[in-house]
Design a protein around this ligand. Sequence first.
Ligand code: MG
Length: 259
Amino acid sequence: MVQKILLTFLVTVVSLLHSQAQNMKFHTNKVIAHRGAWKAAPHPQNSLASLQQAIDMGCEGSEFDVWMTADGVLVANHDADHEGMMIEEATYAELLQKPLPNGEKLPTAEEYIKKGMTQHGTKLIFEIKPSQISKDRGQELATKSVELVKKLKSEKWIDYITFDYDIGLKVLELDPEANVAYLTGDKTPQELKDDGFFGFDYNIRTVKENPQWIEAAQKLGLTVNAWTVNEEEDMRWLLEKKVDFITTDEPEKLFSLIK
Ligand code: MG
């Protein structure tokens, strides 16, 4: 009898886990919250609270920026400095002395990803920041980023973006399956395709100057994203062009146009 109950219990657990794996589907609404959803709420940019807000809103993705501290810790922050301390020149312990305006501590990339992995709707758009100290340091950050994503088994959640083409190439060398989009705007879709990139993620001005790149990229199987799109007119234009993603500080506005 006890064995039978145990067996039934085990079968239930296994089937629940299986259905959970099957349900692992990310949203497909094109909305990428830029540095989390921080503007309307408001929350500090790149805070765990801004990520939670993007998740609660049901964004397809939430973007965050990653730097490496002097002692090799990957942290989520947009600017090169945190409260006046240069991230690349400070230790993580030094940076922790100043909390974010909402009282959160400066999140590590690991904490940020772990929070994202508590759900399956919103992807994490991991921007690897070029180092201001050296190209080598940028390569080190790229390597540590891929190692971290692999260690956490978070590959399914992560798309990478970067302004440094060599950082993008490094990520692809370490994980050829990774989705890596390029931000700077000086590569044609064909060049990106040839180098194994996932797509382009260019400034809205660059995309408007080269509208033919949208179709060219999509014909090559690349994705198209634009930043940072806060004007309704630009959002409408991109939606008409059927781009894959739109990165915005105002996800509420974009949702109102999509729904
Ligand atoms: Mg960014």
